[in-house]
Design a protein around this ligand. Structure first.
Ligand code: NAI
Ligand code: NA
Length: 399
């Protein structure tokens, strides 16, 4: 069928399989252009592997380091005339390219928060790989059903303590307006957000993997966090999601303890603000990203998820001397170019000036919009969107 984008707010209801394939290929080409990692990972589990940072982690591990990969995600194939999700098509594309390159790649589609999916993953590792030497934890979800209690938690994106008023943009229309977001009115909202996006599920995964004997000696595990500028602190780092990120970061020493007898290490990597399905849902942040992109592109320091993951692997996790550079709080920082003083000073200046009228000039709203559609396989160079696409493509290891 002919597939066109159909959006509702920050959600795109359709996705294009050929665009997804091309965008995965583009990421692979980038990774290959950087040359093979010398002492990179060889058997990798990526939890949240179908889009955003997780997909790019999988591509970097496979095509930058020759790794066998198992990817876990929660996506939908096409059914009854309905188009599949972007992450489904990305994963179909990834497995196809991996097979062509002679790389092992299998995927598990289901709820990563559940005990069942953890068990299924462990069985697959045992059967095919024996052990894994890297576990990437890159889930982003608005809800989680707790595997032990059955309680269903929903996260919220709210400030804590006081209402937060600031500028925001509708990236479809380019209208800049003020938004006021009321703070959480019950502590439960904070606890629920921690239950969904905090570190407990990462810990459950690592405990189960260790108990099953499927973690290799010297195993590494990494999860992703965000800090960002002061102007987004009320809605991000000091808001409900920030409390979950604090909890995720506090899980690092717990996992280091768990992995000690395997000589294993756990890390949180603080990544750059980028357009993904998750970040487009956060108020205020898309306007910040639009201004940030403009400044970083002008300086030549702009990166997408694949550039970030290539740098994470080659210059942080798998350096030539084996030393992993960390900040004072023990975190990996690949948000360093975003947080550079000159970049932040310029963004702050533009933030005060930006209006609907000057948005197109002083921000990269067009780059934001294009990145958003690219996530769903649209507006990818070289794709003819008037042509019929096969919406029924399969993920080979699942079909
Ligand atoms: P994303 O929405 O692109 O990816 C989320 C992944 O999680 C997808 O593969 C999805 O299928 C999977 N997933 C969600 N619920 C699942 C479930 N129940 N079971 C199995 N898989 C499930 O998100 P993104 O942005 O790549 O986020 C990944 C991590 O990076 C998050 O921890 C996020 O906070 C962090 N991060 C994101 C930044 C950004 O600007 N986008 C910046 C810094 C960190
Ligand atoms: Na991801």
């Amino acid at each position: 069928m002919i597939i066109q984008p159909r959006t509702r707010g920050f959600i795109c209801l359709t996705a294009h399989p050929d665009g997804a394939l091309q965008s995965v290929k583009n990421q692979i080409e980038y990774v290959k252009s950087k040359g093979e990692l010398k002492n990179g990972p060889k058997k990798v589990l990526v939890i949240g592997a179908s889009t955003g940072f997780g997909l790019s982690s999988r591509i970097e591990a496979a095509f930058g380091s020759g790794a066998a990969t198992i990817g876990v995600f929660f996506e939908k194939p096409a059914s009854e005339g309905k188009i599949g999700t972007a992450g489904w098509y990305n994963s179909a594309a990834f497995e196809k390219e991996a097979a062509t390159a002679g790389l092992y790649a299998k995927s598990i589609n289901g709820d990563a928060f559940s005990d069942e999916v953890k068990k299924e993953t462990i069985e697959l590792i045992k059967k095919d790989l024996g052990q894994v030497d890297l576990v990437v934890y890159s889930l982003a979800s608005p809800r989680r059903t707790h595997p032990k209690t059955g309680v269903a938690y929903a996260s919220v994106l709210k400030p804590i303590g006081e209402p937060f008023t600031n500028k925001t943009v509708d990236f479809h229309t380019g209208v800049v307006s003020d938004i006021s977001i009321q703070p959480v009115d019950k502590d439960e909202d904070i606890e629920n957000t921690i239950a969904v996006m905090g570190g407990e599920d990462w810990k459950f995964w690592m405990e189960d993997l260790k108990n099953a004997g499927v973690l290799a000696d010297g195993v590494k595990t990494v999860a992703y966090s965000y800090i960002g500028p002061e102007l987004t602190f009320p809605i991000y780092r000091n808001g409900t999601i920030g409390q979950a990120k604090n909890d995720l970061e506090a899980t690092v020493p717990v996992l280091n303890d768990l992995l000690k007898d395997l000589n294993g290490t756990s890390y949180v990597s603080v990544n750059k603000a980028l357009v993904t399905q998750s970040s487009s849902a956060i108020p205020v942040v898309p306007l910040y990203i639009s201004l940030l992109y403009k400044v970083m592109k002008a300086k030549g320091t702009h990166e997408g998820t694949i550039e970030q993951m290539e740098r994470l692997f080659s210059e942080r996790l798998y350096t030539a001397d084996g030393v992993v550079p960390l900040d004072d709080a023990g975190r990996i920082r690949i948000d360093d170019w975003e947080m550079a003083a000159d970049v932040q000073a310029e963004v702050a200046k533009q933030w005060n000036q930006v209006t609907t009228e000057n948005l197109a000039d002083i921000s990269d709203i067009e780059g934001y919009r294009k990145d958003f559609f690219n996530l769903f396989g649209f507006e990818i160079d070289g794709i003819d969107y008037e042509k019929d696409a096969n919406e029924n493509v399969k993920v080979p290891s699942i079909a």
